[in-house]
Design a protein around this ligand. Sequence first.
Ligand code: CTP
Length: 449
Amino acid sequence: PTKSKELARQMKGRLSPRVLQILSSAGKIGDELDLQVYAVGGFVRDLLLGTENLDIDITVEGDGILFAETFASRFGCRCKGHIKFGTAVIVFPDGFKIDVASTRLEYYETPAALPVVERSSLKMDLYRRDFTINTLAIQLNQSDFGLLIDYFGAQRDLQEQNIRVLHNLSFVEDPTRVFRAIRFEQRLGFHIARHTENLIKNAVKMDFLHKLGGKRLLSELVIIFKERDPFGAVERMANLGLLRFIHPVLKLDAMNRRLLEEVKPVISWFELLFLDRKYEKWVVYFLALCEILTHDEFIEVCKRLAVSEHYREKLAEMRRLGERVLDAFNRRGAKCRPLQPSEIYRLFNDLAVEVLLYLMARTKSEEAKKALSLYFTKLQGVHTILTGDDILALGVARGPMVGELLEQLLAARLNGAVMSRDDELNFIRQAIVNNVVFSQQDTGPCSES
Ligand code: CTP
């Protein structure tokens, strides 16, 4: 192994005091239990690259669960062990987690199956990993704290920016690594080494990726779509012929390529506007990638990816509805009167935010873009002040009319016709007097979904 004490100094400069403290405590506990303890994998890779990574993976030569339990009891953490795999998770009171593994030899009895696990040395453990850049370890025991262990030329590949497998069967053992290779290449701005790329092409030719279960395939796609800029990875997937493993007719053409590029500014706009809003960014990219598919093909993709039936049906339905709304916008001529806010609200309110963002990226109609933007900034989440009980209190009989009145009231609020509670009360009283509850005075937009 290549060893360097220089790293201990770099660690002090680059890691937070808390992380440093955790690592040095792990080393001390290793000493007490007479176990060799290492930080390994992506954490070390990113440390050397100078990128923050708070996923600390610790590998213990020997009984990792004993180590994890001791660490947890010493620092008031919880510990969840997985005896069969020799792994454990240490959970701090504030939720911060550390993964602990025992050095292990993983092997796969059949391609794409879950690994069988046996104990082995650190070197064998690291040899079983996906790419050289993920095989670095840092010793944590006190006497050698900060010693960098590099068995497989990881430092050189980090310098030369290579994604390289350790052996020829890597993608056969675990086809998800094909997607991981692309993800690391795009995220780090590295390149997949030539031999590694040939192995990918070979795995594609031999159809190994068909053996990949839907769940595992989906989770790789989700991680790719959560990256800062997924477009490059999708393009790489297309060039390497991977899209057909998602669906036989799925490809990247001028249409969905444009759309995928369009998604990024839409998402930036949305995230800037709603800083803390929870949403699934990956769904927007997923919908964009699938733009060229029919409704039935989209359902097939969801089935291939083991998307739950409930979510699949919901998403497919919203996708269909959203496309109809865009068609309706496209059919509107210049002579059509502008849509009222309440009409815009009604068009979009049944659609999830992910679908709306997809539509925003997709539409070429300026009017649709403006309507979506208005919906996001002004209309969504608008409520009437009065409730059904208030309307009953005004003497309206229990029944569908209450809901109808509330809907009209909401429309009035969306259109700026009522502002205060008094306005709302007056509006309802007037509606009762005029008995206009069911009469739709408005002729509606020119074309409707
Ligand atoms: N690993 C692997 N084969 C896989 C998945 C993971 O060999 N199919 C190894 C990798 O070497 C990786 C380690 O397991 O370093 C931990 O996996 P994960 O947390 O997914 O990877 P990170 O490298 O931490 O990636 P990220 O930065 O995206 O979290």
